[in-house]
Design a protein around this ligand. Structure first.
Ligand SMILES: [Zn+2]
Length: 250
């Protein structure tokens, strides 16, 4: 299996990163660690090189204060980098005043568009974070020729249809144990689902509080039961999907 969205670079794993990664590799779980700013993008590449994993580089919408220097990110590109992200739009904590709110959204959009253009230029898929911003993310992507995943999908069936029409994959993680997404999951074609943990966040129930990629199987079982297919069928399909989208993984 491939955890298509993890943050093992985070400090929560400083004490036992090596141990967790070796447990994952023993269980044949590969991992894409996803950068959320410039420093963490450097870190995920370092980890990918050290443990033979994969990396994605980008600037998360909640971290845009540092600004996105496209050339600096471009210098990081190497054979371990399989995607651009985590990028996208997050309107969850928007300012209350209308003028401030517009400014806040506009800033996020500008930095998102820069990363979309970078992904186009490098022919890399995008790993997109989208929180209460589905229309704006869709409107930016619809005029660009990109491929990618809407990670940790929490949208409606209508949102789902729009992103499927763009050829996008849909990232599913432990948030399905916290929100009722059954209807949406039933409507995602098997060849468009990607599994992820978003660890250390979104731990499934009865799994340790700090999530890690070993919980991927718990998520896979739940998705298989919702989609009424076997676990083997689900894992086979989602592995194929990950290799298809992140085609630099060899
Ligand atoms: Zn993430």
């Amino acid at each position: 299996m491939i955890d298509t969205h993890a943050h093992l670079n985070f400090s929560q794993f400083d004490k036992d990163r090596k141990d967790i990664i070796s447990k994952c590799l023993n269980k044949d779980i590969s991992i894409i660690n996803v950068g959320t700013d410039y420093k963490s993008s450097c870190d995920v590449i370092q980890i990918a090189k050290e443990y033979n994993l994969w990396a994605s580089i980008g600037l998360h919408p909640s971290d845009i204060e540092e600004g996105f220097d496209c050339e600096k990110y471009k210098e990081l590109i190497c054979d371990k980098v399989v995607a651009v992200g985590e990028t996208g739009l997050d309107y969850w904590r928007k300012p209350k005043a209308k003028t401030k709110r517009e400014e806040f959204k506009e800033k996020q959009k500008q930095i998102f568009i820069k990363q979309v253009d970078l992904a186009c230029e490098l022919n890399l898929p995008l790993i997109i974070h989208c929180r209460v911003a589905f229309d704006d993310v869709y409107n930016i992507l619809k005029d660009k020729n990109t491929k990618g995943v809407i990670h940790s999908f929490t949208g409606s069936v209508e949102d789902l249809k729009k992103f499927l029409s763009l050829g996008y994959f849909i990232g599913i993680n432990g948030i399905i144990f916290k929100m009722d997404l059954k209807d949406v999951i039933q409507k995602i074609p098997l060849d468009k689902i990607l599994l992820e943990t978003d660890c250390p966040f979104l731990s499934p129930p009865q799994f340790e509080e700090r999530n890690n990629p070993l919980s991927l199987e718990v998520i896979a079982k739940e998705v298989a039961s919702i989609k009424k297919c076997s676990l083997e069928e689900l894992i086979k399909a989602t592995d194929n999907n990950a290799l298809k989208l992140f085609d630099r993984i060899n």
